[in-house]
Design a protein around this ligand. Structure first.
Ligand SMILES: Cc1ncc(COP(=O)(O)O)c(C=O)c1O
Length: 371
């Protein structure tokens, strides 16, 4: 009896650093630095350095990170922000919670990401920002996007929730736009032991505003002065301590994901097409996506279920089909719609080995072989 292959193996990643995690948590508990303090400051420095940014602000989660960037930039009522319809709903939620209008753009068929053409198609005089979502771990070509947004004075904000460690032409995500929002949800490439998030930016004024808003609007130099309308969105010391331990392993973990993607590429059976990794990026494969081209996705997933192979769908229902966003202005989203019916996420995690990938591909192609 062969053992099942999970979609994600969090246990393996945690076991690898278990002793270091225990030691880091012990130090933080001993210091009683639960909100802010040494562990948060140390992680913020390390993550700023990692993303080639001058500032990192630890926050409560990735959705807050995006919302705080928008609030820090002064985005609000009367503004439009362009978002891909193929993303996790949080990207759109962040825009609406700032009072701005979400505008949905279509995606490139080969990469499933925004590009200059799809953004240009929905820009208007009210557009103030584009949320460039580096979905599945591949960076949007922000340089190309800038040729469209730059002349219009539209800001590019990175949603880097799925792309810790990815690069575009050698530059890390987190440093490609005016600011970037990261999620440290446990299953992400850099995952906390609970919720967590961060903003990176090299704009000192924006960094200060975000830090102030995230801490009840409290001025940085005065405990009793609340200078902006703020909220509570802070990173816990225990999470920061865990994140710094895991940050040291992130590049190795991403290499494991890239190796797994290469193995898939070499053995995907007919009828399944992988998304394209462009030559100008190093993608970090938060998810490994194939398009089911020859049979219905339900047929494929039933076969995976029978073979004990985990899978997921990211995302079968594009944002504009969810009630809160059903009236948003949008482009013709035909590529988004087409991909939503085809995409399938196969097992992907750093320690996924070649033998397991061989088995996944065998089960995927089983029908082709028997016909
Ligand atoms: C693309 C994208 N944006 C934003 C988020 C929101 O992050 P969080 O769940 O930490 O709020 C996620 C997390 O799932 C995501 O995948």
């Amino acid at each position: 009896m062969t053992s099942p292959i999970p979609f994600l193996d969090l246990k393996a990643g945690t076991a690898e650093v278990r002793d270091e995690l225990d030691a880091a948590w012990k130090t933080t508990v001993d210091n009683c630095a639960f909100i802010g303090g040494a562990a948060v400051e140390s992680f913020e420095h390390a993550f700023a350095r990692y993303t080639a940014s001058t500032h990192c602000i630890g926050v409560a989660n990735g959705t807050d990170a995006l919302e705080l960037i928008l609030a820090g930039l002064g985005v609000g009522v009367g503004d439009e922000v362009i978002v891909p319809a193929n993303t996790f709903i949080a990207t759109a939620e962040a825009v609406s919670h700032c009072g701005a209008k979400v505008v949905f753009a279509d995606i490139d068929r080969e990469t499933a990401l925004l590009n200059a053409d799809t953004v240009r198609a929905v820009m208007s005089p009210r557009t103030v920002a584009v949320l460039a979502v580096h979905l599945y771990g591949q960076p949007v070509d922000v340089d190309e996007l800038t040729t469209v947004t730059g002349p219009a004075g539209v800001a590019i904000i990175e949603d880097a929730a799925q792309a810790h460690g990815a690069t575009l032409r050698g530059r890390p995500v987190g440093s490609l736009g005016v600011a970037a929002g990261f999620s440290f949800y446990p299953g992400k490439n850099l995952g906390a032991l609970g919720d967590g998030g961060a903003v990176t930016t090299s704009d000192p004024q924006l960094a200060e505003r975000i830090r102030v808003i995230a801490n009840h609007g409290r001025a940085l130099d005065s405990k009793y002065d609340h200078v902006l309308l703020g909220r509570n969105s802070r990173l816990d010391g225990l999470q920061a301590a865990a994140l710094e331990v895991k940050l040291h392993r992130l590049d190795d973990a991403n290499e494991g994901r890239r190796a797994a993607a290469k193995s898939y590429e070499a053995s995907l059976p007919d009828g399944f097409t992988a998304l394209t990794e462009r030559d100008d990026v190093s993608a970090v494969y938060h998810l490994y996506i194939v398009r089911c081209m020859a049979e219905s996705r339900d047929t494929t997933t039933s076969r995976l279920d029978s073979g004990g192979i985990g899978w997921g769908l990211h995302y079968p229902v594009p944002c504009h089909h969810h009630e809160p966003f059903s009236r948003a202005r949008r482009a013709d989203l035909s590529v988004t719609e087409e991909l939503a019916d085809q995409i399938l996420s196969l097992p992907m995690f750093p320690s996924l080995d070649g033998e397991s990938i061989g088995r996944v591909c065998e089960v995927l192609g089983a029908d082709n072989q028997s016909s």
